[in-house]
Design a protein around this ligand. Structure first.
Ligand SMILES: NC(=O)c1ccc[n+]([C@@H]2O[C@H](COP(=O)([O-])OP(=O)(O)OC[C@H]3O[C@@H](n4cnc5c(N)ncnc54)[C@H](O)[C@@H]3O)[C@@H](O)[C@H]2O)c1
Length: 267
């Protein structure tokens, strides 16, 4: 088990206040890591580390769409802890598919406003680019580091829009921005891994399937039927894969994509 140990490794997790981010934090801390919970939702980031040892967990407010904000975050972490061993690009805009989040005009491809397209690219892709760019000099000096980009099954295959259709409600759509940005992260990973060859920095993608989040029964039934394991994931079921990618246990892995999706993409 020693190869999975993260003792004193400093790990920045973006989107830490979110549904899955909140579950990564205690798992990383249990593995020994010093965790930096980065989110534009400061209160959410603080709440996410509230149960952790205050000397080994830090909440940072960051707006990933602004280069200066990302740089300040990374400088702050470097000043406090003197090193950065892991970066997890987990933050994302992932519009929920209920009527409230679909907006007045829905998320149909034909009418999706350019500003919504841009906003998703800014967070999901450019945010990861800016973070990777900002941690690179320190990781290069250390000659070690692990960058993990969080993708989705919808970055590998297109969304099955039938899951989101309802006979009795307004039209619901999983937007094009999600697939495009999640596919883009897989390309970013491969680029970083090849660009950083020989530097000691590794980059990998962790691709996730859908997590149960109080979805309606109809959705859960349809979604579950598309997986081989017959169910949605629980929010803590990706912790092991993330610890693996951040630790020495994955020392011979770079430029790869670890798919943890209950079998969604196997057929
Ligand atoms: N939830 C799922 O079922 C699922 C499935 C597959 C992949 N994923 C991926 O896992 C990751 C986490 O998903 P989640 O469900 O926890 O998401 P979430 O929507 O619950 O959380 C996203 C977090 O990102 C933060 N964020 C958004 N814009 C930001 C910005 N400009 N600057 C800083 N922070 C910002 C939000 O404040 C939020 O806390 C995402 O990359 C998502 O694509 C999720």
């Amino acid at each position: 088990m020693r190869s999975f140990d993260l003792t004193d490794r400093v790990v920045i997790l973006t989107g830490a206040a979110g549904l899955i981010g909140r579950h990564y934090l205690p798992a990383l801390a249990d593995a020994g890591a010093i965790v930096v919970a980065a989110d534009r939702d400061r209160a959410g980031a603080e709440a996410a580390i509230a149960e952790l040892d205050a000397r080994r967990a830090l909440a940072v407010e960051v707006d990933l769409t602004r280069r200066e904000s990302v740089r300040e975050m990374v400088l702050d972490v470097a000043r406090r802890f003197d090193r950065i061993d892991g970066l997890v690009n987990n933050a994302a805009i992932d519009p929920k598919f209920d009527a409230e989040h679909q907006g007045e005009h829905g998320l149909d491809f034909e009418s999706l406003p350019l500003d919504q397209w841009q906003a998703s690219l800014d967070v999901n892709l450019s945010g990861a680019f800016l973070c990777a760019q900002a941690v690179a000099p320190l990781m290069q000096r250390q000659q070690s580091g692990s960058v993990v980009n969080i993708s989705s099954i919808y970055g590998l295959v297109g969304p099955d829009q039938r899951l989101y259709e309802r006979e009795d409600g307004p039209r619901q759509v999983k937007p094009v921005t999600y697939t495009v940005t999640k596919a883009g992260l897989i390309g970013l990973t491969r680029y970083l891994a090849t660009y950083w060859r020989g530097t000691g920095i590794r980059a990998n993608t962790l691709t996730l399937g859908g997590v149960f989040n109080a979805h309606d029964d109809e959705f859960v039934r349809r979604y579950s039927a598309r997986t081989l394991l017959g169910r949605m994931a629980q929010a803590d079921e990706y912790n092991g894969a993330l610890i693996f990618l951040l630790s020495e246990a994955s020392a011979y892995m770079t430029g790869a994509n670890l798919v943890v999706d209950g079998g969604w993409t196997a057929w």
